[in-house]
Design a protein around this ligand. Sequence first.
Ligand SMILES: [Zn+2]
Length: 289
Amino acid sequence: MSSRRPRAPLPPARVATVVAMPGPVQPHFLSLSPRVGTFAGRRERERSRPPLSAKKRETTMERLIQGFDNFRRNMTDDQREVFTRLASGQTPHTMFITCADSRIMPELIFNAQPGDLFVYRNVGNIVPPYAQHVSGVVAAIEYAVTALKVQHIVICGHSDCGAMKALQNPSVLKGKPSVEQWLKHADVARYVVAENRPTMMGEEGLRYLTEENVVGQLEHMRTLPAVAAAIANGSLRIHGWIYDIAQTEITAFDPLEGRFRPLVAGDAHAPDATPHARFSTPLPVANAA
Ligand SMILES: [Zn+2]
């Protein structure tokens, strides 16, 4: 349990290390919510919105710096011990791949501690197929599996995803050639839904797209040799989840039932997208040579 004892105030945070961070991140097309309406509507508003004043930018950055200062000052002894223990290495049990959307905070929603999760985020929680695109996410997965020996990889999509909305309405990608190119890796979802649920539009269509994107990215991930080998020997399990922001609920892909089911704590049969391990037992001694 955490304990706190009075301590002398820490010296001011070494601000020089903080101000080297990039400028304040302005949630862009990833941060749509029902309150801000449609992607196109948001785009129009952004066009007409005056640029942030220098004062506002300073205030935003000052909030970050002050937040870090508060974090250091209010750290419990237990937290300090965790960071001391982690200073020389990490052994996360799970790699968590999710969208870059600012509303998704994995460590917060899973009540995770530093060192628990190896988190990778990108636009649309995408994993390009092996050998098709050398990307940061592919390198991170390879590292997580071969060096960190994570036991689980979760690919987690989310409700109200701007990237999935862009799949529904590609015209909004005009002027964003890199994003447009990146989202080609999610074409599998668009195609599957268009072929099988052609009349599904709006919210329902978005839900199908978001789910199919997770299923498609799981398939892509299995093309990575390191992932395939670890699944085959039973040392890695993979999971496809959707996080609903408004409901704070998670559904998980159940390949046996072909649908996403609610994730419930304590459920011994929680959905798991891992194929059966074919090499989980060692060769019999007589054949080993
Ligand atoms: Zn998203």
